[in-house]
Design a protein around this ligand. Structure first.
Ligand SMILES: NC(=O)c1ccc[n+]([C@@H]2O[C@H](COP(=O)([O-])OP(=O)(O)OC[C@H]3O[C@@H](n4cnc5c(N)ncnc54)[C@H](OP(=O)(O)O)[C@@H]3O)[C@@H](O)[C@H]2O)c1
Length: 285
């Protein structure tokens, strides 16, 4: 098993959204391999004790809402301060999903979704870059989704937030390679995490006279079942962990069972009209 000593980005990693699901599994896998992991989330307690692992790894919880510029800047500066002014790895997992027909979702709900998923990721990248550049070698892993390239009916805003992270990650990677820093997008498929229960329904959705009733509920219950039957967070996290040890990681990686690389291939090869008909049949009957 490779460990932190063999990692070109050093042994300090910051993981957002690490109180649950994929982020928590990434934090655990890295700590087992000897990394010093800072686990950021809103529910973390600043005075919670560090979890120590036998190989010298630790998980240190830090309270941080990725939507709060001041708190996020303070958290990253404190992490850097504790590690000689630098750290080499940022994994952005913080996020949630919102469901609802586009027609019935307010701009306020749509903005909130973009705020956490897109602007939260953007903020953490921007604030971390000075420390990653100073380290000389750095890696940002952003969490997209298969929904970023296969937009899902009734999850338009979530899909849009993940497509935006895709564009951000690819463009950013082109800007920061010159400093020895890379930005890679990981696109998980359905995964069994707290994500399903945390999903918010748009406030305006599902009213008794809604023309989308029936179709919307069927779609979300299908999606929830697919997530609950989906990959374990550990399986998806191992895609992140592998990237941390890759000498020259690719710009994008689809994570999860075989269905998802096959979906990505079908998306590339099939005419859009055919591909979308299948997606609409599954999610918009
Ligand atoms: N599960 C899936 O099927 C799936 C599929 C594709 C992509 N993804 C993506 O994978 C990522 C991780 O999700 P998950 O499945 O592991 O869900 P999860 O179990 O619900 O974990 C989400 C994490 O994000 C944190 N978070 C949410 N809002 C935050 C904020 N404003 N500031 C800081 N942390 C915040 C949560 O912690 P607190 O509540 O404590 O802040 C939690 O630790 C998300 O970006 C999600 O979109 C999930």
């Amino acid at each position: 098993m490779r460990n932190a000593d063999r990692c070109q980005y050093g042994r300090v990693a910051v993981v957002t959204g690490a109180s649950s699901g994929i982020g928590r599994a990434v934090a655990h896998q890295l700590a087992v391999r000897g990394f010093q992991v800072y686990s950021l989330s809103r529910r973390a307690h600043m005075d919670a004790p560090a979890e120590k692992y036998s190989g010298g790894g630790t998980i240190l919880p830090l309270a941080c809402d990725v939507n709060d510029e001041t708190v996020a800047a303070y958290a990253l500066s404190r992490i850097a301060e504790e590690n000689g002014g630098v750290f080499g790895i940022l994994v952005n997992c913080a996020g949630y999903g919102i469901a609802g027909p586009v027609e019935e979702t307010s701009d306020e709900d749509a903005r909130a979704q973009m705020e956490t998923n897109f602007f939260g990721t953007l903020r953490m990248c921007r604030l971390a870059l000075p420390y990653l550049r100073a380290a000389g070698r750095g890696l940002i892993l952003n969490t997209g989704s298969v929904a970023g390239f296969v937009p899902i009916p009734y999850q338009a805003h979530y899909s849009a937030s993940k497509a935006a992270i895709d564009a951000l990650s690819q463009a950013l990677d082109g800007e920061i390679r010159r400093f020895g820093v890379r930005c890679v997008l990981v696109q998980p498929g359905d995964t069994r995490t707290g994500f399903t229960d945390a999903r918010i329904t748009a406030k305006g959705a599902g009213h008794p006279a809604s023309l989308y009733n029936g179709s919307f509920e069927r779609s979300i219950s299908y999606m929830s079942k697919s997530e609950r039957d989906g990959d374990s967070p550990e399986k998806v996290a191992s895609a992140f962990t592998r990237l941390i040890f890759r000498r020259n990681p690719p710009p994008r990686v689809v994570a999860g069972n075989l269905l998802y690389p096959v979906t990505a291939l079908a998306h590339r090869l099939l005419p859009a009209r055919v591909f979308r008909r299948v997606i609409n049949w599954i999610y918009s009957r």
